[in-house]
Design a binder for this molecule. Structure first.
Ligand code: ZN
Length: 272
């Protein structure tokens, strides 16, 4: 027989102060970053630049100038990354986020609205059932025309093995090249997502920051601004970040473990 100790639940204990804050909250914003995707096996930008891509700089792959110089190389890079995401699956943290509003409403005994804002360009939140996600850095799944800006469609499935060059599809309105729907270095954040995020942050009671190192501005400034505006701000992150000393709680755990055990705690205590 196997020792029961081997089956000890590794789920981390949910900090009491977090449950106390959530019990009073009517609106919660979850703000996620690269750590959330990394747990699904999606490499962060620089880690993805290996193999074929190691010979290129971020400037060549992810700037308007890099696109102008070689659209087929840039399109190949983003199609490869889209393929990586398509072969990945949402983890327990994404799944918990999809159920968080209903679990919180039962736990608190009043309706709770949960909104999600992410710096991630994948679609794992959506695939876990999270609605209305604000993508501050755009999305790998929202291509648009580089000339007229109309939303566009992919020509097919991305190649499994990386290729150095893939001619982008053409816009059916103006024949311009279709470009990735992500925000490149040197570009502004999408204005509608940014304005909605600012509104959500202003309305929320609790801000839960998950898996973001807090270094990419202007998004990185949101948690500190929320704290200054009187919001209760917690961070779920396995390592301390630049945010940690400026907020109410740094819960040292991963996105999958933290959000997963939070959902479990809300569910068991909410029905007691
Ligand atoms: Zn067009």
């Amino acid at each position: 027989m196997t020792s029961p100790a081997l089956f000890k639940n590794p789920v981390p204990e949910v900090p009491a102060v977090l449950l106390d804050a959530l019990r009073l909250a009517r609106r919660v914003v979850v703000f996620s970053g690269a750590g959330m995707s990394a747990e699904s096996g999606i490499p962060i930008f620089r880690d993805a630049m290996h193999g074929l891509w190691a010979q290129f700089s971020p400037h060549e792959l992810a700037t308007p100038e890099g696109w102008e110089a070689d659209p087929a190389r840039v399109w190949a890079w983003y199609e490869w990354r889209r393929g990586l995401v398509m072969r990945a699956a949402p983890h327990a943290g994404h799944m918990a986020l999809g159920q968080l509003a209903s679990a919180l409403s039962r736990f608190a005994g009043h309706d709770v609205v949960v909104d999600a804002v992410t710096q991630n360009v994948d679609d794992l939140h959506e695939r876990a059932g999270v609605k209305g996600v604000q993508h501050l850095h755009g999305s790998l799944f929202a291509p648009r025309c580089s000339a007229c800006g109309q939303p566009a469609e992919f020509a097919g499935v991305p190649p499994v093995e990386p290729v150095a060059s893939l001619v982008p599809p053409r816009c059916k309105h103006c024949q311009g090249f279709i470009r990735p729907g992500v925000v490149w270095f040197g570009e502004s954040l999408p204005q509608d997502a940014w304005q909605r995020t600012e509104a959500l942050m202003a309305q929320c009671d609790v801000l839960l920051v998950v898996g973001t190192s807090g270094v990419v501005y202007p998004a990185a400034g949101l948690p500190a601004a929320a704290r200054q505006a009187g919001k209760w701000v917690a961070e779920i992150n396995p390592t301390a970040s630049e945010l940690s000393s400026h907020i109410h709680l740094h819960w040292q755990t991963t996105a999958a473990q933290g959000l997963g055990s939070l959902l479990q705690a809300l569910t068991t205590r909410g029905t007691a």
